[in-house]
Design a protein around this ligand. Structure first.
Ligand SMILES: [Zn+2]
Length: 408
């Protein structure tokens, strides 16, 4: 990688070492250690003990000039190992919160798949594109859920911030169409079609774990949520003893409640959309699919970002906009509202005068191809809004407290 900086500390009884490469040492290991420290602390509190005695973070920050030097690291990404994790990302300080999320996720992989995995995963030969393991929902879905909820339960983030994260997961999950079940995703990530759906494991997978946790808390009256069941399974199996791929769902049901059987059938083995209103009611959280804002403010139902080639679609906010088939990354070349063409660069200003419900068409560039998409102007709104129920009952408040804090 080049010249590295290094830093180390002890968190509880765990030695943590950080090695960092950055162009001209613009970001050093002390900085990364300071970013990692609170995250690892939250993880240890969540797990309840230090899962390893030594943990190493290897971080490669790159800039444009480094791209030719180590092309294989010219990515955004991370990878977990038993006692370490590796990260590659651009050398930009604005990405520190993102790096913290990556560290949370990779560290939580110590639990699964490293200390909880199936016999089929152990025997997977990654050079042969076959996968019969059924439990990606656990390895990536629960890991992603845990990496966020441990921050909430240690008060590192607020409940409102956590709820915003859930909204973003719903929004991103909606862009994977037609939705695969988590089981299908687990069995087909290696195929060309399945690969396109893979990103949904971090959205739908984490949401599924979120709802499973709420169900378990409800059924156990706040005493045994997903964390407790998960940690029991990690304790039972560990790194050396795999569980049986085929009977694990049954084992999970036996360890929890008969009601979980239909949950697994509907939300893991097949795809059924969640009723977020109903699921979050138990903890006194309201879910509003749409919250209309100012009546006179028009919206396309997606956001754009400025890009050298023009405006680029950055977030799809409204489910109605999904029907327009606009995709994140589309470059907007021209917009027509009520048959009058608006220049691609000035359309945002002119759009503000458009009438709600009037038809529009978009000419976009996608992977070099030009496409025309049609829709209707929407009233400005917020989507997938979660908020705390002000008049929650004592029961709801009790379960909410159990949900958002760590039980001893
Ligand atoms: Zn992962």
């Amino acid at each position: 990688m080049g010249e590295l900086t290094t830093s180390k500390t002890t968190i509880r009884d765990m030695e943590v070492e950080v090695f960092v490469y950055s162009p001209s040492d613009s970001i050093n290991a002390d900085t990364v250690l300071a970013l990692s420290h609170p995250i690892i602390n939250c993880a240890i509190q969540f797990i309840g003990y230090t899962p390893v005695s030594r943990y190493v973070l290897l971080v490669y920050f790159h800039d444009k000039e480094d791209h030719s030097k180590i092309p294989c690291l010219n990515f955004w990404g991370a990878l977990e190992h038993g006692n370490s994790s590796t990260y590659a990302l651009p050398a930009q300080k604005e990405l520190f919160p993102y790096l913290q999320k990556m560290i949370a996720h990779e560290f939580m992989h110590i639990l699964a798949p490293l200390n909880l995995h199936s016999n089929k995963l152990v025997s997977t030969d990654y050079s042969i594109p076959v996968n019969q393991d059924n439990h990606l929902w656990l390895y990536e879905g629960i890991t992603e859920w845990a990496s966020h909820i441990m921050l909430l339960r240690n008060a590192f983030i607020s409940l409102d911030d956590y709820l915003l994260e859930l909204s973003a997961m719903i929004r991103r999950s909606r862009t994977f169409t037609p939705p695969y079940s988590l089981l299908k995703l687990s069995n087909s990530w290696h195929t060309a079609e399945g690969k396109k759906q893979y990103g949904n494991i971090y959205q739908l997978g984490a949401l599924t774990a979120t709802i499973l946790d709420l169900r378990l808390l409800r059924l156990s009256e706040g005493t045994r949520g997903l964390r407790e069941v998960y940690l029991d399974l990690v304790k039972k199996y560990g790194s050396k003893q795999p569980f049986d791929n085929d009977s694990f769902f049954e084992e999970f049901i036996t360890l929890t409640y008969p009601e979980i059987q239909s949950f697994i059938h509907k939300h893991i083995m097949s795809y059924t959309p969640f009723d977020f209103v109903e699921e979050f009611k138990a903890v006194g959280i309201q879910y509003l699919p749409v919250q209309l804002e100012d009546q006179n403010t028009p919206s396309l139902g997606f956001t754009v970002e400025h890009h050298p080639q023009g405006f680029v679609v950055s977030k799809i906010l409204s489910p109605d906009t999904s029907a327009v088939k606009v995709k994140v990354g589309d470059i907007i070349v021209q917009v027509e509202v009520d048959d009058s063409p608006l220049d691609g660069n000035t359309f945002l200003f002119k759009l503000m005068q458009a009438k709600i419900h009037s038809p529009y068409s978009l000419r976009v560039l996608r992977e070099g191809k030009s496409l025309v998409l049609e829709g209707r102007i929407l009233q400005n709104a917020r989507y997938d809004v979660f908020r705390q129920e002000e008049n929650a009952t004592a029961e709801q408040r009790y379960l909410r407290l159990k949900w958002m804090t760590l039980s001893p």
